[in-house]
Ligand binder design. Sequence first.
Ligand SMILES: Cc1cc2nc3c(=O)[nH]c(=O)nc-3n(C[C@H](O)[C@H](O)[C@H](O)COP(=O)(O)OP(=O)(O)OC[C@H]3O[C@@H](n4cnc5c(N)ncnc54)[C@H](O)[C@@H]3O)c2cc1C
Length: 382
Amino acid sequence: MLERGEVANSWRTERWDSLRLLTPNWQSRLPGLRYEGPDPDGYMTVGEVIAFIERFAAVTRAPVRTGVTVTSVRPADDGYHVTTTRGELSCRAVVIASGACNQPSVPQFAGAVPPSVEQLTPFDYRDPAKLPDGGVLVVGASATGVQLAAELQRSGRPVTLSVGEHVRLPRTYRDRDVLWWMDASGVWDQRYDEVEDLTRARRLPSPQLVGTPERTTLDLNALASMGVELVGRWAAVRDGGALFSGGLRNVFSLADLKMNRLLGTFDEWVLTSGRDAEFGPPERFAPTRVPSSTRLQLDLGSGEIRSVVWATGFRPDYGWLDVPVVDAKGQLRHEGGVAGRPGLYALGLPVLRRRRSTFMCGIEDDAREVIEHLARYLAARR
Ligand SMILES: Cc1cc2nc3c(=O)[nH]c(=O)nc-3n(C[C@H](O)[C@H](O)[C@H](O)COP(=O)(O)OP(=O)(O)OC[C@H]3O[C@@H](n4cnc5c(N)ncnc54)[C@H](O)[C@@H]3O)c2cc1C
């Protein structure tokens, strides 16, 4: 196992200070290691995640070589030739486990934002003090965007949140964590070959969730109540101004509709599993409130906005992979983690084998199936 940094590198170097997992502690499970602390329903801090993964590496005696960056993997006669910052090696098979979130995705028009406005990605952000005083435009209302918008608004900086397509979820539903429902109802176990539109499912943004001791819901209604101003999707920069799409009403009602559909799936599961007595009654939440008027443009030179935080998602980096298996959008072409060339595999990508694949609790089943394939491949060659 080659790792350019230390064990749990992404958690050490690419996360902000206040982040907690949005998955509850009992869902932090890796093959043979589970959370066994006093607070199974709590949410790990970044430090706790690092300690958990370090423990996993120690318990499993994973043969990790840290401080080794892979700079090239290319096909060779008998498998692959790997170049690293610490020398060359050959192998029959490669498992790409380099992560799905190596780089923040930032739209090209970021280059047209006036230099007087500071720009940050979640990789640069550590805490509000990193930003100048004054207004902040947070772009993107998925997990990262809603969490940073709330933290920045609480720091006294007026926040404008640019909202595109998003996944709304309540933190708790019928007395349980909403991710408990995803788990128990089987929604998270839906397999990649059963998903209707796999490309879309793999591009789905993260849910609007935050892990706090109070188990608060952090949806757009909560943010608006805190004073965050909501605007539409940031579409372009023209003459030093940000232009936002209209139609927030449609964006909101689509997210509400999808949330209600999902809650309906949970309710159906309760009925069919005969467990009705275990839970509170079905709940439905207030629709997302549409602001009475929304701004369609914002002058970035007026001084109102002093910084922009791009919470517009992340993408993988395969710049080191010299095998033609990456598509024009920079995504790896693979079928359930089996990439388009013999002996090449991947783990840890969105909906790799099931909906839970990107989460820590998704790796065990995915890894078992992918490694079974890899073992068969090696055995056949022998
Ligand atoms: C902001 C954020 C919040 C998240 N919150 C949660 C959550 O609450 N719960 C949850 O279950 N999941 C969460 N996730 C998803 C989380 O990232 C995964 O669950 C998990 O960390 C993925 O592990 P991984 O090993 O596949 O990828 P990563 O953690 O990204 O690890 C990949 C490793 O590969 C190394 N690497 C990359 N390129 C090279 C190279 N060329 N040479 C050598 N080494 C290389 C990197 O240094 C890194 O250590 C979150 C992700 C993000 C971005």
